[in-house]
Design a protein around this ligand. Structure first.
Ligand code: ZN
Length: 506
């Protein structure tokens, strides 16, 4: 008897099974349709249970976000376990001619509530990721994309032919589990404690800046002998798992992980010029829970960097609601900051792009030129980077001032420094299309590693005086980005400054 069982109880998992159709058998093949829901964002915690779409702790999704007055959802990750296929001793399907039984089963997966997620407009062009190459998906970087993925009538559907018994994992973007996070921290600690390791002369430190509300460490890794202070933080939005793969690529290079601790010339150069503070996961609780955007009490951390005018009722950051931000901001106030990068993923736009601190009080010729030059430096070493497509900047300082609770705006203004938000695509990346893999883990890690070269190139200017930008070439100039990335068919959103500001909110 062929059976497909779906679970999401693993680290970072998120799905619920609504129903499973009848298995239709035809000859030696079987077909079944499975109806799924992404866990709906929970309404106010402790509120009226009637308000909660599905109630019950087992069905938690993102927690209601008090600041935005809404519940988020979109991330999903689950395991489909197939049993009962007629297979040979090596686990492969037997050739026709051996004894009967079902050889393979085609499963039509349907996420029926895809229309009610945070960014439903982002589904067209998205392809579901899957892997069945490993029993442990967190050790498998060889995820593929399912090309049958489509978004029709508010439902996200794809079909997958299972031809072996065992697990296949499906997700919106590959999980970066807490187990892998701990291994990343441990790999770095091992490099530091290895006698004679190259990183040793750059004063490396692994420390915890504090605890999350569920008691996980907010680890910060610092290294470098330079005068310039660079802060790089990742995964404020826990469902943007690519952000921590980026951190892994960058950290592995800085510490010579997988290279016997050896550091290349550019890496030694960047460590002579900067001291880095790197937070690989800002929201470990939301990560383990399989949330898209919030921590365990519903805080969207990228709205927690200040109390904003007009919303004085909502104090931020606080130890009660956003200790992750509180801890990092306190440390930043101690160290200062000359360069800030906040690493994210964007559901909609199929490009790697940067969003800056445009129109904030300190934005002007200096920051604008630094912004343009930095992206050009990055682009020269990594062809996934481009500057034409991105979020259109705000029209005025008044608009920008409404978003001083966003990390990039707050830090750039607070320290009068170059601050950027990096967004990577969930979809395939149209600068270098690869439909079979999409924007993959490998490319994400490479992008992280290439931050080294971009920072070496921009360093002379970060605190330079005078009109240093007069020496920059035309290609290095700032470009006002547009999100009108399709010549035809793409409807320009009315206004979107950030990925979580939908047209009706702006
Ligand atoms: Zn984000």
């Amino acid at each position: 008897m062929v059976k497909v069982s779906i679970t999401a109880a693993h680290d970072g998992g998120n799905i619920e099974v609504i129903s499973s159709g009848e298995t239709v058998i035809s000859g030696r093949t079987a077909k079944v349709t499975v109806i799924l829901h992404i866990k709906p964002g929970k309404f106010r915690p402790g509120g009226n249970e009637e308000d909660d779409w599905r109630g019950g702790a087992r069905r938690r999704g993102d927690v209601y976000t008090e600041f935005e007055k809404r519940s988020h959802s979109q991330y999903f990750s689950f395991r489909a376990f197939v049993s009962g296929l007629q297979t040979s001793s090596i686990g492969r399907v037997r050739e026709v001619g051996s004894d009967g039984g079902i050889k393979f089963i085609t499963v039509q997966y349907v996420i029926a509530n895809a229309h009610s997620v945070s960014f439903p407009e982002a589904w067209p062009g998205s392809t579901v990721c899957y892997t069945s190459g490993s029993l442990d998906p967190c050790d498998d970087d060889a995820w593929r994309r399912n090309p049958t993925t489509s978004y029709v009538d508010g439902k996200l559907t794809w079909s997958h032919v299972h031809d072996t018994n065992g697990s296949t994992f499906f997700c919106y973007w590959p999980p970066y589990t807490y187990g892998r996070h701990l291994r990343l921290i441990s790999d770095i600690s091992t490099q530091i404690s290895t006698r004679g390791s190259h990183c040793g002369r750059f004063n490396p430190v692994v420390e915890s800046l504090g605890l999350s509300l569920e008691g996980r460490e907010i680890e910060c890794i610092s290294i470098g002998n330079g005068k310039l202070i660079a802060w790089i933080q990742h995964r404020q939005h826990p469902g943007e798992t690519m952000a921590e793969f980026f951190a892994e690529g960058f950290l592995h290079r800085l510490f010579g992980v997988d290279k016997d601790g050896e550091l290349d010339e550019a890496t030694e150069g960047v460590l002579d010029r900067y001291r880095f503070y790197i937070v690989p996961n800002m929201c470990p609780d939301g990560s383990v829970r399989g949330h898209l955007r919030t921590n365990s009490v519903g805080a969207n951390l990228n709205r927690e960097w200040a109390t904003v005018s007009g919303r004085e009722d909502y104090e931020a950051p606080t130890m009660r609601r956003s200790p992750e931000v509180y801890a990092v901001l306190s440390k930043m106030d101690e160290t200062g900051c000359d360069f800030f990068l906040d690493v994210h993923g964007d559901e909609d736009i199929p490009y790697v792009f940067f969003s800056g601190a445009e129109k904030t009080p300190t934005w002007g010729d200096r920051l604008e030129n630094l912004h343009g030059y930095f992206i050009s430096c990055y682009q020269r070493v990594n062809s996934d980077v481009q500057k034409e497509i991105g979020y259109p900047p705000p029209d005025s300082m008044d608009d920008a001032l409404k978003y001083m609770n966003v990390a990039t705006n707050q830090i750039s203004t607070r320290f009068n420094c170059l601050g950027l938000t990096l967004e990577m695509p969930y979809k395939d990346c149209e600068t270098n299309p690869d439909p079979g893999r999409g924007f993959s883990i490998d490319r994400t890690k490479k992008l992280g590693a290439n931050l080294v070269e971009a920072l070496v190139d921009v360093h002379p200017y970060l605190r330079a005086g005078g009109e240093f930008w007069n020496a920059f070439s035309k290609e290095d100039k700032y470009v006002v980005p547009t999100d009108n990335y399709k010549e035809q068919g793409f409807v320009m959103l009315k206004k979107r400054f950030y990925s979580d500001v939908r047209p009706n909110d702006a």
